[in-house]
Write a protein that binds this ligand. Sequence first.
Ligand code: HH2
Length: 284
Amino acid sequence: MTGSDRLEARGLRLDLGVRTFLMGVVNCTPDSFYEQSRYADTGSAVDAGLRMVAEGADLLDLGGESTRPGSEPVPLDEELRRVVPVVRELARQTSVPLSVDTTKAAVARAALEAGARMVNDVSALALDPEMPSVVAESGAAAVLMHMRGRPRDMQADPRYRDVVAEVTGFLRDRMIACEEAGIPRTALLLDPGIGFGKTLAHNLEILRRLGELVSLGRPVLVGVSRKSFIGTILGLPSEDRLEGTAAAVAASILNGARVVRVHDVAAMARVARVADAIARAGAP
Ligand code: HH2
């Protein structure tokens, strides 16, 4: 393991170089793009989280706002209502670190108070000006993700001169801005944002050249699970993208991803073990 494989934050010390970590997705939403990932009430979301832990999740990501292409922001009160009770209850019932998937500082603050230890912000802590200080003051970890535009309009003809160079440059700049706001570099994970303002060709090029992002020196998290680029390749809806997800997860791991954000924890835990055995000597 190298220093860049270590994630250190508020009671967290994860050695991500040992094997790939699985982040299970629990959507406390009525409209997430993959229907089976939606949990309408606190009880079913908590049960889903506990089931994922039993299946091998190393982290749980709890979100109260869908960021699928074309989606509109959810009002603050509603997002708090959806996500905070789930965080509180899961923090009581499991020691697996909880992440809150939000771009709102008030939601992050409430979730961290309820027991979350990581903020997963698809705007790389840039949308809400309060977000960097909330993360810095709490000592939480943070996922910095690249997105071009906003979910409402991000898939309207995204263009890049060199998508990998632009994503890498953006994440480098956000990492520096976060450090200036008082968040230690060791608390940060980087994510290229598969499907967020990218065409099929952009997504594939990012996965192929993931090593360039890895070279920024922080662990890379990738979210490919059941996304539409897989559907475009296979001509299949989100319910039928398990095998396509497996291929994309394996490719991500072989190209250097340290954390994979997935809906199907049991299946992807198996995929990750085999990919780790190939990628990392001595892993299994
Ligand atoms: N993808 C989604 C949401 N949040 N966060 C990170 N860091 N990386 C991702 O790739 C990512 C993310 C989309 O997946 P999901 O949460 O299942 O869908 P929805 O936004 O429709 O709830």
